[in-house]
Design a protein. Structure first.
Length: 481
């Protein structure tokens, strides 16, 4: 009897203690974050920004009630907004269903439209219209996220928009296209993606390079048409302290026709990078970890077949240098006909770091290049090694055309001019654009934002390959013999 009373008393005390604990947590307006990536725990950077808000900021989450039943993650968005706004008494959140409150026309005037979501039952498939938009208002200015269904990357977007509204901070980038491509067609996705991340993009042409603003990062895409005078101005930009990213190749590929590759005879820019210690080699890289494409067979039956195309390399977390800050903003990158990079660091001046590598099962192809998908589908990769695809330089560099020495600068090099192009249509790789957002944040010295940029986002590439030998064996089983 005494034992039963003791058990009963213990249970009552436990319940009472739990109620007190919940009341305490509620009283401090806090929550225990059990999520794997701590997505509900704000960074110190966001907390500091919110604590410095001096005027009222209104955040409104326009969400359809029925969305929560279709996407349970949408409930996390509500919770995150409540947590986000709890850090400042001047920042408040309101949650409204525009379809119930008659606000659809107001949202349409802001450029926010309902999205069609497919629903299925045992007997039929239908579509429903739903809203899930976030609008920030501050002193008559408005920023918005037209559609969001999860907390992945949400802190970065909110903090970036709040930073723009309150402090009028605008990130900028200068873009130079040095090959036969154009931003409007061949690099069609790059500028809209950068603008959606808060960058103001300005295209600069070869005749304008003498007017480059060294306080704004420079992004160079390709080098086929650059002349010696252009390289001189790019070096001068660096010598004045400018930060730059270079996506350049030692080869040119007919990406719209037969994918044949030819060496690029214009090595002016790559010679400059080589002088600074980042040497892009002439070979093409092939990797056992690659994108599998569907193509019409070269046989008489004209059927479609899936082909492992080793020139389209899928970089995953197995490729990444986790000691570099760019790993914080990494969600995947596919490369197309990339070249290997060799590094030669001048430790007295700078630090050069490999950022992305192939798997340990990659190989090289020298001229003449045979890029035919059908002839390469049975490649066995007898000479296997790991090669560098991208690298960064931090520190000073010496002048190539002059005797000058730069102040401390940041330089990023990817040996692939096609990664930010519309080649991503073939591989469904919007994360390529996202990677360049990370690079430009780094060049803009926005390390704090970069650290929260992809919070809660999983790599859509081959994310975690800890056993390359096992993957190698599995892929060999899928090769068409």
């Amino acid at each position: 009897m005494q034992t039963k009373k003791l058990i009963h008393l213990t249970a009552i005390c436990a319940v009472f203690f739990l109620v007190l604990l919940l009341c305490f947590i509620n009283s401090i307006n806090g929550r225990i974050d059990f999520s794997k990536d701590k997505v509900f725990t704000l960074s110190d950077y966001s907390k500091n920004l919110l604590s410095n808000v001096s005027e009222k900021v209104q955040i409104t989450y326009y969400v359809s009630d029925k969305l929560s039943s279709l996407y349970p993650e949408a409930r996390d968005v509500k919770d995150f907004l409540i947590e986000y706004t709890s850090k400042s008494k001047l920042v408040s959140v309101s949650i409204q269903d525009p379809q119930k409150t008659g606000l659809e026309q107001k949202l349409l005037s802001l450029g926010i439209e309902a999205q069609q979501i497919q629903t299925s039952t045992a007997t039929e498939t239908s579509f429903v219209s739903v809203y899930s938009a976030i609008v920030l208002e501050y002193r008559g200015k408005i920023e918005m996220i037209p559609f969001v269904v999860s907390t992945a990357g949400l802190e970065f977007e909110l903090t970036s928009m709040l930073q723009f509204l309150i402090d009028n901070i605008t990130r900028k980038v200068q873009i130079l296209v040095g090959n036969d491509f154009t931003l409007d067609n061949d690099y069609i996705y790059l500028v809209p993606w950068l603008e959606s991340a808060g960058f103001l993009c300005t295209q600069v042409f070869q005749t304008e390079l003498a007017k480059l603003d060294y306080s704004i990062p420079l992004l160079v895409l390709g080098s086929k048409n650059l002349k010696a005078d252009d390289i001189f101005e790019i070096e001068n930009f660096i010598m004045q302290g400018g930060n730059a990213a270079f996506c350049v190749s030692k080869n040119n590929v007919n990406i719209y026709t037969d994918w044949t590759a030819q060496p690029d005879t214009n090595t002016l820019l790559t010679d400059l990078l080589d002088y600074w210690g980042i040497s892009i080699q002439n070979q093409l890289v092939l990797d056992i970890i690659n994108y599998r494409i569907e193509m019409q067979s070269d046989k008489q039956d004209s059927r479609n077949e899936y082909i492992n195309y080793p020139f389209w390399i899928v970089t995953g977390r197995h490729s990444l240098n986790f000691e570099n800050i760019l790993s914080f903003g990494y969600s995947g990158l596919e490369t197309y006909w990339a070249n290997p990079i060799e590094l030669f660091e001048d430790s007295n001046l700078n630090k050069i770091t490999p950022i992305l590598k192939t798997s340990t099962k990659a190989s090289l192809m020298s001229e003449p290049f045979d890029t035919d998908p059908f002839r390469n589908k049975t490649r066995i990769f007898e000479d296997k090694a790991q090669y560098i695809l991208a690298a960064t330089l931090q520190g000073k560099v010496k002048g190539y055309y002059t005797t000058a020495e730069s102040p401390n600068v940041k330089i990023f090099v990817l040996a692939d001019q096609y990664a930010p192009s519309r080649m991503i249509e073939y591989t469904n790789s919007p994360h390529n654009m996202d990677f360049f957002v990370s690079v430009l944040l780094w060049l803009s010295n926005e390390d704090n934002l970069l650290q929260i940029k992809n919070k809660g986002i999983r790599s859509t590439s081959l994310e975690s390959i800890s056993n390359i030998e096992g993957v190698f064996s599995a892929l060999k089983m899928t090769i068409f013999l």
